[in-house]
Design a protein around this ligand. Sequence first.
Ligand code: BEZ
Length: 305
Amino acid sequence: MELRHLRYFIAVAEEANFTRAAQRLHIAQPPLSRQIQQLEEALGVQLFERNTRPLKMTDAGRFFYSHAVQLLAQTAELESMTRRVGKIERSLSLGFVGSTLYGMLPKIIRRFRNENSAVQLSLHEMSTMDQIQALKEGRIDIGFGRIRHEDASIRRIVLREERMIVALPLGHPLSLSKPVLSLRDLLGETVIIFPKSPRPSYADQVLAAFHDRALEPQRIYETRELQIALGLVAAGEGISIVPSSVHGLKRDDVSYMELDDSNLVSPIIMSTRMLDESEDIRAMLELIYALYDEERMEHLPPAEH
Ligand code: BEZ
């Protein structure tokens, strides 16, 4: 059995159709059917039910599919990691979600560049879900995101839980009435959430914060990104719930208020490939915890990595 057989089998299983699978693989259908037949003969089991439309996998086929997908992901990981190990110049690609730029990310990047001048660092803005795919394909080596996504080939380290705060238009009556707000105080407002897509995103963490407390805001306004949400807040279109580091983004037309519930947090998560033991990743992690300690920032305890 060769890796080619796994790729062909996965395409047929996912498309549930030989013609579409052949198109996806850019090959003709007869050789594809022959390869699947060879695979079934080599394994001595039937992987697809005969004469079903759409094509259905047998129990053995489903078992083979879940392991074949993992095996191919591991192969991609092995390729990209070996390439990195063999490179003369060291490089590290980082994926990050936009909101981490208002937290420690700029400081982390500057310090890493100063201390690791031999490493070529590149930065790519992308959603947490895109980071997972990019890690698996070797396009990035580290992802900084906010979504707790389970994936057997990804190592996830929750660095810290960032408190959520409320951004309101300057002079909004809520900012004059109380020193601290609760989510219940916001139910009559339009809640501006971001990013609208791809989902799940930080927007879903804000929606879950309401739903988990059996609360439902009267109006939700979905927008593309944090900067637009803040602009709309400044224009008096509504309020927005943002990570507390956004507070540093001073605007004279927006005020920020704390929320009374310490469970209203959004995590900052560092993701890497599960098997990637690179020195540069270890250096990055040590540098982040050192910066947290220097800045006396609350964070989760470093695990044994
Ligand atoms: C932070 O704000 O804690 C942070 C942001 C980006 C990457 C790592 C940490």
